[in-house]
Design a protein. Sequence first.
Length: 336
Amino acid sequence: MAEFMRGATVPSVTLDDDEARAYASRMPRIMRASRLNSHYPNASGLGGHIGVMNPDVHRGLHKGLEVDERTGLPTYKAFTKVQSDAAVAANQLNVLGSREVLERKAARDPEGIYAKQLAKYDYYSQLVNADQIPLGHMEVRYRKRDNGRDYFNVSLDKLDVSGVFVRYAIDCSQVISSSDQIAKVDEREVAQHTDSFRSLIYQFTSLDAEFTLVKLASMAGLDVERVVKGTVGPFYFPFTNTPDVFAEFVEKHGFIATFGLDMAANDVTDDRNNDPLTSFIMKTVSDEVAEGYGIARQRIGYKVFKDRKFVCARAGVNELREIIKGLGCNTIIYGV
């Protein structure tokens, strides 16, 4: 059975091979069922990345699968293990040579070194073409230059320290002559973010879209039209820290997967919170910060929209819908 590992920073659970096989087989199906749009991290990449953690894929070359107990996603260590293996896969296939030769040699000694090399060959072969997701990638796309300003789309994909995957998408513009620039534009109209801006955005990934918009809007020469934060996770399983309101459902149906959307923008017509997990996973801000948000809303003119959709076992869709209605929300639920 699963062995609980409570480290200094990340509480995790290590799944044995049978549990890891079931988990790694289920996660790609969940990601496909989620129907994520461009506001979220890449669903295919995430599903593929987790899929190769299946013992049937790595042929027992890795022992156990470490899953973050807070979020139901693999830990940073588990993701980087696959990432590191994929980086050397093509070279390792060249080193290992012919599969036919390895197979003949392994047949003569099923417990010997050639059997292990054959397992490595098959594992690396699957890694070469497997979908993966970057654990941290930031990109600035140049939109236009108009009236003394440069306009950009900024995106950041990251496995956050909180254990969830996030995609930040920011639409903004800066005064061309600003000393506090977020990006440089070359003669080909290609934008490259500054190191200071990258560091700043990386600090915000655990915080909400409103905080990010307010902080960025305080930078000299920078106007922010929209901040959208799409989050993959948390996922709830019998072995994770599941809120009490969902615990019985998870024991009965096996899992709940959640996908949050948090938007602060000047073209959102009304403030609305349709995320039933807000009270469980968001930190409560102080009265002073809340007052600051109120002043910023009047000054900048933005509003906030929060939403979350769910994936669960098909047999539990109606039951989960009633639970979520009891929390005051009406969200999209996909069954798988």
